[in-house]
Design a protein around this ligand. Structure first.
Ligand SMILES: [Zn+2]
Length: 91
């Protein structure tokens, strides 16, 4: 079982959350070449170790969060709000 510490609700079982996507992938510029868009939409790495992911607290406050998780051990190194404005307010 993973215990994810939601910034609003506190520690919760991972079954309350839905995995969103890889948070390390950056959206290309609107005028970027098609190859960059292809990579953004379809290509993903499968890292062994530290990874940053988007999760949504679907059965709780419905907030989107960024989770730094080790894909090998499932240890969670940190959780922050996914929204950039909210991240600035937390600092
Ligand atoms: Zn929550």
């Amino acid at each position: 079982m993973l215990l994810i510490n939601c910034p609003f609700c506190g520690p919760r079982n991972h079954t309350e959350f839905d995995y969103g996507s890889d948070a390390s992938v950056l959206r290309p510029a609107d005028d970027a070449p098609e190859s960059e868009w292809f990579a953004y939409v379809y290509l993903r790495s499968n890292p062994k170790g530290a990874h940053t992911e988007y999760w949504q607290h679907a059965l709780g406050c419905r907030s989107w969060i960024k989770v730094k998780r080790d894909t090998l051990t499932h240890d969670i190194a940190g959780v922050s709000l996914a929204n950039a404005l909210a991240q600035r307010e937390q600092q």
